[in-house]
Design a protein around this ligand. Structure first.
Ligand code: C5P
Length: 304
């Protein structure tokens, strides 16, 4: 059973003061893009346990194949939810989302694994039940299940779909080294220390630009509160942001906790121009063109 799930960019990411549980309240506009993870699950012999057989695709060599992989945790957590002993399952992952880049590639793996295992085990869990299990695995996993474009409140799990007209074109520039999400949130805490941080709220201008399908308006209101702390940790990302804007992007921001930089572009011609301008940049590993919104986690192939 094979399921896919999309990577994401946060069009708006407003962050509040850290909560007693260590998480930060968010107002996040998630936007799924067509860089996809694919997870294939196959029943193993009784007693064989969980195995990650194969990881292929983008930066596959950087992905752990043991119990630290989120997909492994997803299989354990879903089996526990269903009261299944074992589980005996072998898993293959094909990666299309950059690793440790702020694009929720690991969360997409989790979401795809949950959907694939729900089918393989004929468990019949509804989307709401899967979303509850998903949140135990990470703040972005419920959105990876849902896909499209959505406002996320709380840790990002209180999701409401947003209306979007048309398709938006993006270029993603990955960095030579990943950034740790907790480290970026900790840098955020240091930046706002001693200040009153407002409760994060949805930006009406973002919603209007999405409904209008207006990339020029959207480019003006892209906003990420984790960008400043990511730049403290990686100052040279500022130069990457500027280079993409100079090459014709309508807007640019650090994606999630970074270090991937997202450029909103008017069309595929400008996509190619931005990618070409960044090709030789010493802080850029690679550029990927993508479009959004993309659908959430879903079964894409089954075989007997
Ligand atoms: O939920 P997830 O595993 O993706 O979170 C990773 C880390 O990012 C958390 O342990 C926390 O440090 C930080 N985080 C946060 N507030 C959020 C989401 C994540 O502080 N809303």
């Amino acid at each position: 059973m094979t399921a896919s799930a999309p990577g994401k960019v946060n069009i708006q990411l407003s962050v509040g003061a850290v909560r007693p549980d260590g998480f930060h309240p968010l107002a996040s506009v998630f936007h799924a893009v067509d860089l996809l993870e694919e997870v294939t699950v196959t029943s193993g012999e009784p007693g064989s346990g969980i195995r990650i057989d194969q990881v292929t695709g983008l930066q596959a060599e950087e992905v752990p194949r043991d119990g630290t992989n989120l997909v492994w945790r997803a299989a354990l957590r879903l089996a526990q939810e269903l009261g299944r002993p074992g589980p005996d399952v072998s898993i293959s992952i094909h990666k299309g989302v950059p690793v440790a880049g702020g694009m929720a590639g690991g969360s997409a793996d989790c979401a795809a694994a949950l959907v694939a295992l729900n089918e393989l085990w004929e468990a019949g869990l509804e989307r709401d039940d899967l979303a509850r299990v998903a949140l135990d695995l990470g703040s972005d996993v419920p959105f990876s299940l849902m896909g499209g474009t959505a406002l996320g409140l709380g840790r990002g799990e209180r999701l409401s779909p947003l209306m979007v007209r048309g398709t938006f074109h993006w270029v993603f520039a990955t960095a030579t080294r990943g950034l740790s999400t907790p480290a970026v949130y900790a840098a955020f805490d240091r930046l706002v220390a001693g200040r009153v941080v407002p409760e994060p709220t949805a930006d009406a201008a973002v919603g209007s630009a999405l409904i209008a399908g207006d990339p020029v308006a959207l480019g003006r209101v892209l906003h990420n509160d984790l960008q400043a702390p990511a730049l403290v940790l990686r100052p040279r990302l500022a130069d990457v942001l500027d280079a993409g804007i100079s090459a014709g992007a309508l807007g640019a921001l650090v994606s999630g906790s970074g270090p991937t930089v997202a450029f909103l572009v008017p069309d595929p011609v400008v996509s190619a121009g931005v990618a070409a301008a960044l090709a030789g940049h010493e802080d850029v590993r690679a550029c990927y063109a993508a479009t959004g919104p993309a659908p959430g986690a879903r079964v894409v192939a089954r075989s007997r």
